[in-house]
Design a binder for this molecule. Sequence first.
Ligand SMILES: [Zn+2]
Length: 157
Amino acid sequence: MEIFISEIPEEGLTREGTLPPSIFDLSPNDSIRPTGAVTYKANIFHFDGVLAFDGHLTGEFQLECATCLEYFSYVADYPKWSSDVELEDDQVSFDLAKLIREDFLLDLPPSPRCDELVEGHVCPKAHYVIKIQKPLDEEATHDKSDNAWDVLDDLKD
Ligand SMILES: [Zn+2]
Protein backbone atom coordinates (compact mmCIF):
# COMPACT_ATOMS: atom_id res chain seq x y z
CA MET A 1 0.00 0.00 0.00
CA GLU A 2 2.08 2.83 -1.35
CA ILE A 3 1.68 6.31 0.12
CA PHE A 4 3.44 9.26 -1.47
CA ILE A 5 5.18 11.55 0.96
CA SER A 6 3.99 14.55 -1.06
CA GLU A 7 0.40 13.49 -0.21
CA ILE A 8 0.94 13.99 3.52
CA PRO A 9 -0.35 17.44 4.55
CA GLU A 10 1.20 19.39 7.40
CA GLU A 11 -1.59 18.42 9.79
CA GLY A 12 -1.01 14.73 9.00
CA LEU A 13 -2.82 12.04 7.09
CA THR A 14 -5.08 9.38 8.57
CA ARG A 15 -5.50 5.97 7.01
CA GLU A 16 -7.61 3.17 8.43
CA GLY A 17 -8.76 -0.20 7.27
CA THR A 18 -7.79 -3.84 7.24
CA LEU A 19 -4.94 -5.80 5.72
CA PRO A 20 -5.08 -9.51 4.88
CA PRO A 21 -2.95 -11.95 6.92
CA SER A 22 -1.01 -12.65 3.70
CA ILE A 23 1.00 -9.41 4.23
CA PHE A 24 3.08 -11.34 6.77
CA ASP A 25 4.27 -13.83 4.16
CA LEU A 26 5.58 -16.29 6.76
CA SER A 27 6.23 -19.99 6.34
CA PRO A 28 3.43 -22.22 7.70
CA ASN A 29 6.05 -23.61 10.09
CA ASP A 30 6.86 -20.19 11.53
CA SER A 31 6.27 -19.76 15.27
CA ILE A 32 3.91 -16.91 14.32
CA ARG A 33 0.76 -17.69 12.34
CA PRO A 34 -1.48 -14.77 11.43
CA THR A 35 -5.07 -16.04 11.54
CA GLY A 36 -7.12 -13.03 10.52
CA ALA A 37 -7.11 -9.59 9.01
CA VAL A 38 -5.10 -6.85 10.69
CA THR A 39 -7.06 -3.74 11.61
CA TYR A 40 -5.21 -0.46 11.61
CA LYS A 41 -5.71 3.20 12.19
CA ALA A 42 -2.63 5.20 11.31
CA ASN A 43 -2.02 8.92 11.71
CA ILE A 44 0.95 9.75 9.54
CA PHE A 45 3.10 12.86 9.90
CA HIS A 46 6.09 14.04 7.95
CA PHE A 47 8.73 16.44 9.14
CA ASP A 48 12.33 16.97 8.08
CA GLY A 49 12.91 13.62 6.45
CA VAL A 50 11.20 11.63 9.17
CA LEU A 51 7.84 9.89 9.05
CA ALA A 52 6.07 9.55 12.39
CA PHE A 53 3.11 7.27 12.96
CA ASP A 54 0.66 6.77 15.76
CA GLY A 55 -2.63 5.00 16.02
CA HIS A 56 -4.09 1.62 16.82
CA LEU A 57 -3.18 -1.84 15.51
CA THR A 58 -4.95 -5.12 16.21
CA GLY A 59 -4.41 -8.57 14.78
CA GLU A 60 -5.15 -12.20 15.57
CA PHE A 61 -2.41 -14.76 15.65
CA GLN A 62 -1.55 -18.27 16.65
CA LEU A 63 1.76 -18.24 18.50
CA GLU A 64 3.90 -21.25 19.27
CA CYS A 65 4.46 -21.68 23.01
CA ALA A 66 8.22 -21.60 23.64
CA THR A 67 7.86 -24.36 26.23
CA CYS A 68 5.31 -26.91 24.96
CA LEU A 69 5.51 -25.97 21.24
CA GLU A 70 1.71 -25.98 20.97
CA TYR A 71 0.06 -23.10 19.15
CA PHE A 72 -2.36 -20.90 21.07
CA SER A 73 -4.57 -17.99 20.05
CA TYR A 74 -3.30 -14.52 20.79
CA VAL A 75 -4.93 -11.18 20.02
CA ALA A 76 -2.30 -8.50 19.56
CA ASP A 77 -3.83 -5.14 20.45
CA TYR A 78 -1.68 -2.03 20.37
CA PRO A 79 -4.01 0.88 21.16
CA LYS A 80 -1.07 3.29 21.53
CA TRP A 81 1.00 2.22 18.57
CA SER A 82 3.68 4.64 17.49
CA SER A 83 6.59 4.32 15.14
CA ASP A 84 8.95 6.42 13.10
CA VAL A 85 11.00 5.94 9.99
CA GLU A 86 13.88 7.99 8.65
CA LEU A 87 13.48 8.63 4.95
CA GLU A 88 16.22 8.07 2.40
CA ASP A 89 17.32 11.21 0.54
CA ASP A 90 15.60 10.22 -2.69
CA GLN A 91 12.60 8.44 -1.16
CA VAL A 92 9.24 9.65 -2.48
CA SER A 93 6.89 7.01 -1.10
CA PHE A 94 6.61 4.19 1.43
CA ASP A 95 4.61 1.03 1.93
CA LEU A 96 2.29 1.34 4.92
CA ALA A 97 1.44 -2.39 4.91
CA LYS A 98 5.13 -3.26 5.15
CA LEU A 99 5.64 -0.92 8.11
CA ILE A 100 2.61 -2.36 9.92
CA ARG A 101 3.87 -5.89 9.26
CA GLU A 102 7.29 -5.09 10.70
CA ASP A 103 5.86 -3.43 13.79
CA PHE A 104 3.67 -6.44 14.55
CA LEU A 105 6.60 -8.82 14.18
CA LEU A 106 8.74 -6.61 16.45
CA ASP A 107 6.07 -6.18 19.10
CA LEU A 108 4.74 -9.73 19.37
CA PRO A 109 6.10 -11.48 22.48
CA PRO A 110 9.53 -12.93 21.52
CA SER A 111 9.33 -16.24 23.43
CA PRO A 112 5.68 -16.58 24.34
CA ARG A 113 4.40 -18.99 26.97
CA CYS A 114 0.86 -20.29 26.61
CA ASP A 115 0.27 -20.17 30.37
CA GLU A 116 1.44 -16.56 30.59
CA LEU A 117 -0.64 -15.29 27.70
CA VAL A 118 -3.81 -17.38 28.00
CA GLU A 119 -5.62 -16.68 31.23
CA GLY A 120 -6.18 -19.76 33.37
CA HIS A 121 -4.28 -22.02 30.99
CA VAL A 122 -1.65 -24.42 32.30
CA CYS A 123 1.25 -25.11 29.97
CA PRO A 124 1.37 -28.93 29.83
CA LYS A 125 5.11 -29.01 29.31
CA ALA A 126 6.00 -26.56 32.08
CA HIS A 127 4.22 -28.85 34.54
CA TYR A 128 5.93 -31.92 33.14
CA VAL A 129 9.43 -30.46 33.41
CA ILE A 130 9.05 -29.65 37.11
CA LYS A 131 7.62 -33.09 37.93
CA ILE A 132 10.28 -35.20 36.25
CA GLN A 133 13.37 -33.16 37.03
CA LYS A 134 14.43 -35.25 40.05
CA PRO A 135 13.92 -38.75 38.56
CA LEU A 136 15.83 -37.65 35.49
CA ASP A 137 18.91 -36.83 37.57
CA GLU A 138 18.76 -40.19 39.38
CA GLU A 139 18.47 -41.99 36.09
CA ALA A 140 21.55 -40.22 34.80
CA THR A 141 23.55 -41.43 37.82
CA HIS A 142 22.33 -44.99 37.34
CA ASP A 143 23.31 -44.94 33.72
CA LYS A 144 26.81 -43.88 34.64
CA SER A 145 27.37 -46.68 37.16
CA ASP A 146 25.86 -49.23 34.76
CA ASN A 147 28.27 -48.11 32.11
CA ALA A 148 31.18 -48.42 34.53
CA TRP A 149 30.22 -52.04 35.26
CA ASP A 150 29.83 -52.74 31.57
CA VAL A 151 33.37 -51.49 31.03
CA LEU A 152 34.68 -53.74 33.85
CA ASP A 153 32.81 -56.71 32.37
CA ASP A 154 34.38 -56.04 29.03
CA LEU A 155 37.82 -55.94 30.63
CA LYS A 156 37.21 -59.29 32.33
CA ASP A 157 36.45 -60.93 29.00
ZN1 LIG B 1 2.86 -24.10 26.58
